[in-house]
Design a protein around this ligand. Structure first.
Ligand code: SF4
Ligand code: SF4
Length: 124
């Protein structure tokens, strides 16, 4: 969970695995962000997770929940429950990862804890 900037509203944290897939297909979306000839965002940085896996960090945003990313919490339609929205986004990430050959171990997971949080938020 994280607090929205300048508000006390809590938002869940999307289970992004930092695979970088959504930042490597910028040529397929309408964006003002700079990217190279392969579609890779100019702000994407190669890194390594604590357990030694390659990950890709954003040099602009702490999380991929901001402008121009496909996992925007802010993109959630008001009448769509949080659980359904995250389930849809997780499926979208998985399809994108599959389409560009990202290892399936990077698929975001809907853990029981996250599901419980999202369901309780939708009941508020
Ligand atoms: S494709 Fe999904 S899991 Fe991968 S970096 Fe983007 S938001 Fe995260
Ligand atoms: S999260 Fe960062 S690296 Fe990825 S598309 Fe957005 S600005 Fe670029």
């Amino acid at each position: 969970m994280r607090e929205q900037e300048n508000t006390n509203v809590l938002e869940p944290t999307y289970p992004c695995t930092q695979c970088g897939a959504c930042c490597k297909v910028m040529h397929t979306v309408e964006t003002t962000l700079p990217y190279d000839e392969t579609g890779r965002c100019a702000y994407l940085v190669d890194a390594e997770s604590p357990d030694g896996r390659p990950i890709y960090l954003c040099s602009v945003y702490e999380t991929r929940a901001e402008v121009d990313c496909p996992t925007l919490n802010s993109m959630k339609p008001v009448d769509v429950p949080w659980f359904d929205f995250y389930a849809f986004m997780i499926r979208s990430c998985a399809l994108l990862q599959e389409s560009i050959g990202v290892d399936s171990s990077y698929k975001p997971q809907m853990t029981p804890d996250l599901a419980a949080i999202l369901r309780s938020m939708s009941e508020e």
